[in-house]
Design a protein around this ligand. Sequence first.
Ligand code: AKB
Length: 317
Amino acid sequence: MAKTILIIGACGQIGTELTMALRKVYGSKNVVAADIREGSDELMVSGPFEILDAMDASRIDTICAQYFVDEVYLMAAMLSATGEKFPKKAWDLNMNSLFNVLDLAKEGKVSKVFWPSSIAVFGPTTPSENTPQKTIMEPSTVYGISKQTGERWCEYYHNKYGVDVRSIRYPGLISWKAQPGGGTTDYAVDIFHQALEHNKFECFLEEDTMLPMMYMEDAIRATIEIMKAPASSIKDRSAYNIAGISFTPAEIAAEIRKHQPTFEITYKPDFRQQIADSWPGSIDDSQAHNDWGWNHYYDLESMVTEMFTQLPKRSIF
Ligand code: AKB
């Protein structure tokens, strides 16, 4: 019998693409999308959808029972930049939603959980180049603190209650299907929209701020692969480093100019600069590679080419 999957936060940047990818793999009717708001037409018509607040434990329970859900992907979260504006809300959403899902698995109501962590678990005291899987983590944002705490709880629920929870530390994600919201790495998506619409972009980070990023297709594949891997190969039950492409705003602008030679970028750093400065520039993902065979595919050149191929087809300009 096919398994049934519930994606909470299905209408966000990752959720939108993850839902469609999982529907392709497991069959549309077996993948239930849920979010506090409705999503794209494609997502809404291609399979079951439920309105759901990730903080509402009893409604999650009801939906899981109604659809006989086996696996839950909890993608709802408040990201780094918005989290600094609403620290208490960010903590409540990011932690309570995680407990809701971990408790469901602890009670045996679902058999597997995916929960996203982030490079935001690292902080200013973390070695910033080729950041190891295990290292100093002293995050300085509310979002980062919630993700680091979440990692500890995932490991605890696995060790103490045998919960099969799996997680990866996403870098900044670049996609053309859905816009990100409230993150520090969002500039790397907005730059494409502004380039196509106005041929110029004002960046809220300095030109030489190097951050770990990844093309969404790689991130979705990583998510599906870690969830498919045999339980015995998931040796780290906190969260895995995964690496893609590291670049600065100046480097992505130079790559964009290969497609739009007159494109202009200016820099006006704001409060997000401090967040970016606290994060690593590049990530060592050798443990994910060794444990469950992870490899990224897209580099800066192929990612930018893909964005320039796909985004104009989707945009409303
Ligand atoms: C953010 O910028 O907050 C996110 C992240 C790195 O987790 N994209």
